[in-house]
Design a protein around this ligand. Structure first.
Ligand code: GZL
Length: 335
């Protein structure tokens, strides 16, 4: 009996302890719930062409090349739905700079600048950079430091000059005397073409004189008239930096009573006007310079607007055209 009493006592004691055990000191507080990562900031939505605003402070309307270049930008922008802020600077750098400043103020996504001359862009390019607006240099080059702009898309003007020199050498294998009608003074196109031309011109060909016709027909004609007076009967050839000046020069050559081929002419651009001069026998070689840059420029602008890397330099592949194919090719020329 006594054994039973002790057993019950022990069992009861065990039960009491078990119950107390549930009331053990409060469990240590649960580890705090895992910190939920803050919701990730939504990734910035990628711009599409329809969201893009591009500033194009065009330098002027001096030539058929320029007209085609403007049309390429406008038509491509319209097709893609890009808002193009276009202006015409009438070949004045101060107007281009003012137009750029207005675009920076407006807060465009990208500026695509076709610079009339090489120098004088550092300040406004710095302003665009400080405003976080990338700049694409289009067509001609600038002397500003490459850190001040995102990229250049255009022609290799020095190579165009070299090709022109090679063609002049073929036209005057016995040597001779020539004149040069150069483009806008200080422009990357005129500087590059003149440099490349002189690097390849044969030693037996002498450049009698060089003067700018500012890439226009109206200014090319009087320059050629003056050369024909000053160097009467001496001129064997002419290197003319664009087809529009060549058109003006040929008007002067005709007025002086000369015939097609009397003066061997190498021109640049490859416009319809240049092709017609080749068909009529006045121009013996036309070095291509392609103005249809709209698609490349706007594609690069979209990449820049989305913070994507782009090629710093994109040069256009170009050829040389000759009279023997000019009539066949003229109908298909796009500019
Ligand atoms: C060259 C371009 C030149 C053309 C001219 O890329 O800047 O300017 O050769 C035009 O016809 O006026």
């Amino acid at each position: 009996m006594k054994f039973l009493k002790v057993l019950c006592l022990l069992v009861g004691l065990a039960m009491i302890l078990a119950v107390m055990g549930c009331g053990a000191a409060p469990a240590a507080p649960a580890a705090p719930a895992e910190e939920k990562p803050a919701a990730e900031a939504p990734a910035k939505a990628k711009k599409e062409y329809k969201d893009l605003t591009v500033c194009y402070p065009q330098l002027g309307a001096e030539s058929d090349w320029r007209t085609a270049n403007s049309a390429s930008l406008k038509e491509t922008a319209e097709k893609l739905g890009v808002k193009l802020v276009f202006s015409d600077a009438q070949q004045k750098q101060e107007n281009q700079i003012s137009a750029m400043r207005a675009c920076i103020q407006q807060g465009v996504d990208v500026v695509a600048l076709p610079p009339v001359v090489e120098d004088g862009w550092d300040a406004v390019l710095t302003e665009a950079k400080d405003a976080g607006i990338p700049v694409i240099i289009v067509d001609r080059s600038v002397s500003a430091d490459k850190s001040l702009y995102a990229a250049h898309i255009g022609s290799d003007m020095v190579l165009e000059g070299k090709k022109s020199g090679e063609e002049m050498n073929k036209l005057l294998p016995e040597g001779g005397k020539i004149i040069e009608l150069s483009g806008t003074t200080g422009s990357g196109a005129a500087v590059g073409r003149a440099k490349g031309f002189r690097e390849t011109l044969a030693k037996n060909i002498e450049i009698l004189d060089s003067q700018t016709g500012n890439f226009t027909t109206a200014e090319g004609k009087p320059v050629m008239e003056a050369f024909l007076k000053k160097y009467a009967g001496e001129i064997d050839g002419a290197f003319i930096h664009n087809d529009n000046m060549a058109i003006g020069a040929v008007e002067a050559i005709k007025a002086a009573g000369l015939k097609p081929g009397d003066i061997k002419i190498v021109s640049v651009d490859g416009t319809r006007g240049g092709f017609q001069l080749m068909i009529d026998g006045w121009v013996q070689a036309d070095v291509e310079c392609n103005p249809l840059l709209g698609p490349q420029v706007l594609e690069m602008a979209l990449k820049l607007a989305n913070g994507e890397a782009v090629e710093p330099e994109t040069l256009t592949n170009e050829t040389v055209y000759f009279p023997d194919k000019a009539a066949e090719l003229l109908p298909s020329r796009q500019y």
